[in-house]
Design a binder for this molecule. Structure first.
Ligand code: GLA
Length: 666
């Protein structure tokens, strides 16, 4: 990734959709943007139908005027290619580009992203309009960055149409070369599913009962690859025409979304950008935000990244769209910045008057400038302005790493597994939350990332572990690190075939444990461990072959079998946890592991609910302290607070629901 950043200080702004408004409003828009300190807006994301109302007939005058106006007002533009919203005429001319679901139902146009990712028609037209835009605007002085499409794979992540079927077969031919290799990989001897040629293979469309898991997993990979290809193709056109501008696209590293293997896309981008929306019903949404931001930083290789979208207040797509409370906007924005974002952008600048998202908050609400929300936006802009010096610094490297992987996620949640209660992210989030509450920083890394420099490596529910991971973990332990692997990890090979000889096949030797049978728990059941810990969801009947039993199951279906084990490896150790420990037990286990590695919290005795993160630059460091509780919190840290401008010496008080950013000179 390159260091070209689109703004001088931290980026602040949002999606700007002036085509939804008469031109008089544009003048007010730029005046209010200046008042709020906006320096970057994303333009044109859904404008294809306005820019090309008929095939080959372009209307650029409005966009010319918008870009000129923004430039005159010192506001930079993140210019989008409009492939997220193909125009009606294209859909009508080529209905075959509309996606088809697993039941064979073809979608109609009428919303957005209604295209099959394997459609050559869509690809051709998307590249054509991208080129036309790049040629017209690539040298425009307002344009600072390219925004490829929008949230790739959000609505059209999987398409089962005939075009996709043919593309899937080509993908399989490349992967396996020989159809018998495919038969072996997918275990087609089971239920007599043997293929005599690639031509017989279909996408995993709706079928009578459990589909073939190898086919399902390859289809996930194929579908994700189709979007990676699309991104690569658009990025290539933009770079061919206007190579001086950085290229990004907005990820959806949030909640449960996992249609796209983002780790495969980062080499295509100059900077990583993410969209994040809180799940309003989750009172601990801030902790999910922290987890998301840490994952994005891991994808960005620790470099600064950008929040391309979040919301000033409510969204419109959840069952109950709760408004943010006063102060929450600042906390959420600075959470992202604390965890490595060099800016905070929003969907969207002006709340729409019409259309599907008119009840989604914006930076300028329906009530207009004279509103508490706009005043909060102005305050946020001023605060980010005071934090400008943070730009380019990085989050201090953590000693703890937590690994995750989209392919393992796909595989872990295939049908017909031992229990529906194993959800891929559960264990990762629980571990992350325990570290958050303990004030211990963690790098959340794609599974292929380097582990050099990490002294504790956590491997939650990595059902499908890539080849070589066990050796990389052994190296960490041999040099004195602590490795923790949890239940349902290392079970299958890349084709979802079980690694034989006892679970967990990939990690059996590293952990010194051999499992004979899974024994998941009944719904809602809990098991006691003999050290007082409590397990949920999972147990198993395993024995130690070369490890020490730290705790055993005291009751439940695996009573008497080891639940937590440790094997000394070199100067360190490899731990196995054969159940999902409840939150208190997770905290206790992590305390033992962190003590063994000598890892301490960033700041001692920080109350739970107060996040503390440090970014470091060449001459200074910035300690972000974000208080999500209703009580003032005293922390043992000093420095000049860039939010309120006060100097704190001999400790600082983080106000209830407030934020401090303490500059600490080296
Ligand atoms: C996504 C999209 C935006 C908008 C928001 C609403 O992030 O990228 O266009 O639909 O959701 O939350």
């Amino acid at each position: 990734m390159s260091a070209r950043w689109p703004t001088e200080g931290l980026a602040f702004g949002g999606d700007y959709n002036p085509e939804q408004w008469p031109e008089e409003v544009w003048q007010e828009d730029v005046a209010l943007m200046r008042e709020a300190g906006v320096n970057l807006v994303s333009v044109g994301i859904f404008s294809w139908g306005e820019l090309e109302p008929e095939e080959g007939v372009y209307r650029f005058e409005w966009l010319d005027r918008v870009l000129d106006l923004l430039h005159e007002n010192g506001i930079g533009v993140d210019l989008a290619t409009p492939s997220a919203a193909p125009p009606v005429w294209l859909h009508l001319k080529h209905p075959e580009m509309l996606p088809v679901d697993a039941n064979g139902l073809r979608y109609t146009q009428g919303s957005r992203e209604s295209w099959c990712p394997s459609s050559p028609v869509l690809r051709e037209h998307a590249l054509r309009i991208a080129r036309v835009l790049a040629e017209r605007y690539g040298q425009h002085p307002a344009v600072r960055m390219w925004h490829v499409s929008n949230e790739l794979a959000c609505h059209n992540g999987r398409c089962y149409c005939d075009v996709s079927a043919a593309a899937f077969r080509d993908w399989l031919r490349t992967r396996y070369d020989d159809v018998d290799a495919l038969n072996a990989a997918w275990g087609t001897a089971f239920w007599g599913q043997r293929y005599a040629s690639f031509d017989q293979v279909l996408p995993p469309r709706r079928t009578t009962t459990i589909p073939n898991p190898g086919q399902r997993l390859d289809f996930e990979r194929f579908s994700s690859d189709a979007f990676v290809d699309h991104l690569a193709a658009e990025a290539a056109v933009l770079r061919e025409v206007a190579a001086h501008l950085p290229v990004t696209t907005n990820y959806m590293v949030m909640g449960e979304f996992h249609q796209l293997d983002y780790a495969a896309t980062t080499p295509l981008l100059d900077l990583v950008a993410n969209d994040h929306y809180l799940w309003a019903a989750d009172p601990d949404g801030w902790a999910e935000l922290a987890f998301s931001a840490d994952r994005v930083r891991g994808l960005a290789g620790g470099e600064p990244w950008l929040v391309m979208e979040h919301s000033t207040s409510a969204v419109n797509w959840q069952p109950r769209n709760l408004a943010k409370n006063p102060g929450q906007l600042l906390r959420n924005s600075l959470q992202h910045v604390a965890r490595g974002a060099d800016g905070a952008l929003f969907f969207q600048w002006r709340q729409s008057r019409a259309g599907a998202e008119k009840y989604h908050s914006g930076m300028v609400p329906h009530a207009g400038r004279d509103s508490a929300l706009f005043r909060e936006v102005v305050d946020l802009g001023a605060t980010l302005g005071r934090l400008a010096e943070v730009r380019g610094s990085v989050v201090e490297r953590a000693r703890v790493a937590l690994l995750w992987d989209t392919q393992a996620w796909w595989a872990a949640e295939l049908e017909a597994h031992p229990t529906v209660d194993v959800r891929y992210l559960d264990q990762a989030r629980r571990l992350h939350r325990a570290l958050l509450d303990a004030g211990v920083p963690v790098d959340v890394l794609p599974v292929s990332a380097s582990l050099d420099g990490h002294d504790v490596v956590l491997v939650p529910t990595l059902y499908l572990a890539p080849d070589g991971l066990a050796d990389r973990l052994r190296t960490v332990a041999e040099r004195g690190g602590q490795v923790v692997v949890t239940y349902f990890s290392g079970i299958v090979d890349e084709h979802d075939r079980v690694l034989l000889g006892g679970y967990p096949g990939a990690f059996r030797d590293l952990l010194g444990v051999r499992g004979e049978e899974f024994a998941p728990l009944a719904e809602g059941a809990r098991v006691a461990l003999d050290d007082g810990s409590v397990g949920e969801v999972w147990s198993e009947r395993a024995t130690v072959t070369d490890a020490t039993v730290v705790a055993s199951f005291a009751d439940g279906p695996s009573a008497g079998f080891p639940a937590v084990t440790r094997r000394d490896v070199g100067d360190g150790a490899a731990w196995y946890v054969a159940t999902r420990l409840d939150p208190a037990s997770t905290t206790a286990l992590l305390r033992s592991v962190l003590d063994a590695a000598g890892v301490e919290p960033l700041v001692r005795d920080v109350p739970a609910g107060v996040e503390v993160v440090r970014r470091v630059g060449d001459d200074a460091a910035w300690l972000f302290a974000i208080n999500h509780t209703d009580a003032d919190a005293r922390i043992d840290a000093s420095g000049t607070d860039l939010v309120a401008g006060e100097v704190h010496d001999g400790g600082a008080t983080v106000p209830a629901r407030g934020v401090l950013v303490l500059r600490q000179d080296h």
